[in-house]
Write a protein that binds this ligand. Structure first.
Ligand code: URA
Length: 199
């Protein structure tokens, strides 16, 4: 079995053995290995589980648009998540209608996949890891919140590469104001500059 197949089997075993909450299926990372550039998101949603790939839903479309705007093609980079199953919450209304929605992964759920993400990073050998949102930020750095560090680069001794924290692409949906969008777009330009230095 090759390394990626082993990772997939481990993700499947961890997801299937997890009984504390109902989850909505799992996925693996996507893209070339090794790769100089690696993006790490939070956890997959419904569209990702359906297609088996990270960042293909609404947030993913936004993400790819900005990626292309700085001349990066998705097929040339590694994209993965911090939690590999879809964390869900199930609600039943008074009329008996059941709805399933995404929720952020709990710390214990992120920790289930600590070894998997570490292994994926070590196989990918990135020169830069871009964290998307608070979940991968807290997992891979000592920062406590994306607001204090987005758009800046730091060196990680642990992963032996640059880490560049960014807001999660879905934050554009929650922060529909021009100032936030401007700041978000400036972070992509800062990333473009950083890539020129790092690669
Ligand atoms: N959001 C994430 O953080 N990861 C995905 O794969 C999709 C949406």
């Amino acid at each position: 079995m090759n390394n990626l197949q082993t990772l997939k089997t481990k993700i499947e075993t961890i997801s299937n053995n997890y009984k504390e909450e109902t989850t909505g299926g799992f996925i693996t990372g996507d893209g070339p290995i090794p790769s100089d550039i690696m993006f790490v998101g939070e956890a997959p949603g419904k569209s990702e589980v359906e297609s088996g790939k990270p960042f293909v839903g609404v947030a993913g479309k936004n993400f790819e648009k900005y990626l292309n705007s700085i001349d990066i093609e998705r097929k040339n980079i590694r994209i993965t998540n911090t939690c590999f199953f879809r964390p869900i919450k199930i609600k039943t209304s008074k009329t008996g209608k059941t709805t399933i929605s995404n929720r952020p992964p709990k710390i214990s759920e992120v920790n289930l996949f600590k070894e998997i993400l570490d292994e994926e990073i070590s196989l990918t050998k990135p020169k830069i890891i871009i964290t998307l949102g608070n979940v991968p930020l807290k997992r891979l750095t000592t920062f406590k919140a994306i607001g204090e560090c987005h758009g800046t680069s730091i060196h990680s001794d642990e992963f032996n590469c640059t880490i560049f924290p960014m807001y999660h692409p879905s934050s554009l949906t929650y922060n529909r104001n021009d100032d936030f969008k401007k700041m978000y777009e400036e972070d992509w330009l800062k990333l473009k500059d950083t890539l020129q230095k790092v690669l």
